[in-house]
Design a protein around this ligand. Structure first.
Ligand code: HEC
Ligand code: HEC
Ligand code: HEC
Ligand code: HEC
Ligand code: HEC
Ligand code: HEC
Ligand code: HEC
Ligand code: HEC
Length: 353
């Protein structure tokens, strides 16, 4: 009989222990409820939002080592209250003990057009998860990532639909889609966490900064020769009137984008290109630039390299002045040498006497 009593006591103790433990078990095992396909939340509009998040949701992602409550940190008991939005910066800050990268990102984002809009209450502006995803977050270098170079234009395009539609048809958009990773995505021209309004002084695409942004690639002989693009496009603009005036700070003068457009950039051979021979007059003749533009005016070469024979008369003028300068210098040098020789000879003759 005594043995039976003991067995009951042990059984009771074990059950008590198990029921206590079950609270923490439940916290880890969010999937007991969220692992069910039919768990939904019904919005006021009647729309149903799936709350299905399987155990494997984080497997193979950058956050595979994180627990559910590392991010949903305000869930401390089951059943739980409606949790607050996840704060990615809880871990992603400079000097965090977990080694989460990108500590500077939070500050950059806060000062970007998107961060400012979110803070001002614009619900359409993106928070971290709108660009990166929620559970399905991968390193940007992985093809699965929403911000992998070939995927990122579509991610921005979720909200910037018109821009994306235009970009997708441009030389840069089609080249990137074809796997030419040297071609710019939105981020190459605008930045990622530090995106400014295009009219802000620190924007990468404001008039005075555009030449630098396009030059990051078009100045690079590597990129240019790889894709058979003329590689001297930047230095030739810098030599031209347009380039010098931009450097001096004239905001109204033409920069790369005034002539080439910016989202709709196409090769000159494309009839839809702003620099196609049929359209170039309209492009130069925009009212704010050269309203008086004539065909002869517009057919003047834009990317002038005085060192290239293609530049016609300019090439020969440059060549003429180069020859003139060199021959003058050589003549002068000869004169000086002859003069020195004469002086030395006179001095020697004097000493002999
Ligand atoms: C007992 C079942 C149950 C457990 C266990 C549970 N949840 Fe929930 N959870 C729910 C239900 C039901 C809702 C929807 C409530 C509503 O309708 O707003 C919900 C909502 C949520 C939401 C908000 C979804 C949204 O968009 O509104 C998050 C995030 C969440 N749970 C995370 C967790 C995490 C993390 C755990 C584990 C620590 C967990 N849940 C454990 C039942 C559960
Ligand atoms: C890296 C951080 C992170 C981790 C780890 C994480 N979540 Fe989430 N979860 C989010 C974000 C971000 C959202 C989007 C809503 C928000 O911002 O709060 C979200 C949303 C949810 C939702 C709402 C439905 C949905 O899919 O949008 C549920 C339910 C949920 N999480 C459950 C879980 C469960 C269960 C786990 C563990 C398996 C987990 N979460 C782990 C970041 C995380
Ligand atoms: C609980 C801490 C924690 C939270 C919260 C968190 N992360 Fe992370 N995150 C990490 C850690 C740690 C790593 C590094 C993982 C590794 O390299 O193994 C990481 C890596 C990343 C990476 C990959 C970086 C790279 O270069 O490979 C991205 C992107 C990322 N997190 C985005 C987010 C976003 C977006 C959120 C919010 C939805 C978020 N994280 C919330 C801890 C966190
Ligand atoms: C407008 C979209 C957008 C938003 C909003 C955004 N990111 Fe990013 N993020 C990107 C893009 C694009 C990249 C990839 C850049 C690249 O390819 O190098 C990136 C890269 C990252 C990386 C990897 C960089 C590294 O140094 O390893 C981390 C971590 C990250 N973001 C975290 C965050 C966090 C945290 C937030 C919120 C404070 C956030 N991001 C908000 C678009 C965004
Ligand atoms: C080759 C460089 C380049 C690429 C690639 C690019 N942009 Fe732009 N973007 C610009 C320039 C330059 C301007 C400023 C035009 C101006 O001054 O009016 C601009 C302006 C904008 C504007 C504000 C003005 C407007 O026209 O709406 C938005 C929004 C924008 N870009 C989003 C995007 C998105 C989204 C993508 C990718 C789908 C993208 N951009 C790709 C160069 C670029
Ligand atoms: C969740 C939606 C959303 C996503 C995703 C998003 N944006 Fe935005 N973006 C906005 C909103 C909203 C504004 C503010 C628009 C306004 O007030 O004019 C904005 C503003 C901008 C501006 C400034 C526009 C101007 O007037 O000069 C640029 C540039 C821009 N976004 C580029 C990007 C790029 C590049 C990406 C992808 C890396 C991106 N956005 C992803 C919603 C989004
Ligand atoms: C990230 C690098 C990068 C940036 C930034 C960039 N481009 Fe490009 N661009 C390329 C590449 C690569 C190609 C070639 C694509 C192809 O033909 O396959 C190209 C093609 C072109 C072409 C067509 C050339 C031809 O011969 O077909 C023009 C015009 C052009 N870019 C102008 C611009 C202008 C203007 C800007 C700035 C507003 C700019 N690009 C910014 C990389 C870049
Ligand atoms: C004043 C207008 C103007 C400006 C400013 C300008 N371009 Fe051009 N660009 C043209 C015209 C017109 C052509 C086609 C004829 C030619 O090759 O000279 C051209 C051709 C090109 C080509 C070869 C494309 C092809 O299909 O032949 C590239 C690449 C290019 N420009 C890049 C740039 C870059 C980068 C900048 C800024 C540093 C810039 N351009 C500034 C008008 C301009």
């Amino acid at each position: 009989m005594r043995e039976v009593k003991y067995i009951f006591l042990i059984l009771f103790a074990t059950m008590a222990f198990l029921s206590l433990a079950s609270v923490t078990m439940a916290l880890e095992k969010c999937v007991i409820c969220h692992g069910k396909h039919d768990l939904v939340r019904t919005e006021e509009t009647g729309r149903q939002v799936s709350l299905f998040v399987p155990d494997s949701a984080l497997a193979n992602t950058v956050h595979a080592d994180r627990e559910c409550t590392d991010c949903h940190d305000d869930i401390v008991e089951i059943p739980h209250q409606k949790p607050a939005k996840v704060n990615c910066r809880r871990c992603h800050y400079t000097g965090n003990p977990l080694g989460a990268p990108g500590g500077e990102i939070g500050d950059q984002y806060e000062h970007s057009v998107h961060g400012i809009e979110v803070l001002a209450g614009n619900e359409k502006a993106p928070v971290c998860a709108d660009c990166h995803g929620t559970h399905d977050i991968y390193s940007p270098s992985k093809k699965e990532s929403t911000v992998y170079k070939q995927n990122s234009p579509r991610t921005c395009g979720k909200c910037h639909i018109d821009v994306y539609a235009t970009y997708r048809e441009s030389i840069h958009g089609t080249a990137l889609a074809d796997g030419i990773l040297d071609s710019p995505d939105c981020v190459s021209c605008h930045g990622e966490h530090n995106i400014s309004r295009h009219s802000d002084a620190d924007s990468k695409v404001i008039g005075s900064a555009i030449v630098k942004t396009c030059s990051e690639c078009h100045n690079s002989v590597g990129v240019a020769s790889k894709y058979g693009i003329k590689s001297d496009r930047v230095s030739t603009v810098e030599h031209s009137f347009h380039g010098v005036a931009t450097e001096i700070g004239n905001q109204t003068v033409a920069n790369c984008a005034s002539c080439h457009d910016y989202h709709d950039i196409r090769p000159s051979s494309d009839p839809k290109s702003a620099i196609h021979p049929d359209n170039i007059m309209a492009t130069c003749g925009r009212t704010e630039c050269h309203p008086e533009a004539t065909l002869r005016f517009a057919s003047g070469q834009i990317h002038i390299d005085p060192m290239s024979e293609e530049s016609g008369i300019l090439y020969y003028i440059t060549k003429f002045f180069t020859i003139l300068t060199v021959s003058t210098l050589v003549g002068l040098l000869l004169l000086i040498l002859m003069d020195l020789y004469r002086r030395a000879k006179t001095a020697r003759d004097k000493r002999k006497r």
